[in-house]
Write a protein that binds this ligand. Structure first.
Ligand SMILES: CC(C)(COP(=O)(O)OP(=O)(O)OC[C@H]1O[C@@H](n2cnc3c(N)ncnc32)[C@H](O)[C@@H]1OP(=O)(O)O)[C@@H](O)C(=O)NCCC(=O)NCCS
Length: 185
């Protein structure tokens, strides 16, 4: 990125930073019914591409090797119901939650070094990643995304499972929506 900055006068870096702070501008020909959209691996390519672009933001911020959304080829059903929830404000995507359904979890009390509890084999929606544009953080957008996942699946927000590792910011959010602890996988 820094080398690229030298070539293009830092423009690519500036564009990425603006998107990280304010969200990604929504293409004009995408119709949103409300403030939240669910993108599946079979959604029209425009939606899947948007999820792919948004997934770049947390990938860079948290230095993940892989994007949490990669479904930009042929539409394909997934066994574990991979999907992404996008929330919008002012014409921008400002929140993103990537999820799938999973069947092996352990309870965790959210205390840093404490051990996970006994395995549970209930089918639960699992958060692969949740991200909110910087300018919109700590306003409840993250909690709304987790609630949308739970509502869509038909469970309580405390029944949701989180893919590990959970970042420090993710742990704060998890404690807010499920103070007694969470399921992890
Ligand atoms: C984690 C994240 C999605 C939370 O989104 P958000 O929209 O700020 O979440 P909410 O506004 O619903 O906040 C929920 C609560 O979490 C806590 N919280 C969130 N981020 C926090 C932070 N960085 N430091 C301390 N507390 C934080 C607060 O207690 C907040 O409640 P309150 O401010 O009302 O008391 C956002 O910080 C983010 O995108 N972080 C970078 C990506 C990341 O680490 N994702 C998690 C991967 S598992």
């Amino acid at each position: 990125m820094s080398l690229k900055g030298d070539w293009d006068g830092g423009r690519e870096h500036a564009v990425h930073h603006a998107a990280w702070a304010l969200g990604l501008r929504i293409p004009k020909n995408l119709d949103w019914l409300g403030d939240m959209a669910v993108v599946t691996t079979q959604s029209p390519i425009m939606w899947r591409r948007l999820a792919y672009q948004v997934a770049r933001m947390p990938q860079k911020e948290n230095h993940y090797d892989f994007r949490s959304w990669s479904h930009i080829g042929e539409p394909r059903e997934t066994e574990d119901n991979v999907r992404a929830y996008l929330s919008k404000a002012n014409g921008y995507v400002i929140g993103y939650l990537a999820a799938h359904d999973a069947g092996r979890h352990r309870p965790w009390d959210l205390v840093h070094s404490s051990r996970y509890g006994d395995e549970d084999n209930t089918s639960r929606p699992s958060i692969d990643l949740v991200w909110v544009a910087d300018a919109y953080r700590r306003q409840g957008v993250g909690a709304t995304l987790v609630q949308a996942l739970a509502d869509d699946f038909g469970c309580q927000v405390t029944d949701v499972s989180w893919s590990t590792p959970v970042s420090d910011a993710g742990r704060h959010l998890a404690r807010r929506v499920s103070p007694k602890g969470i399921w992890v996988n």
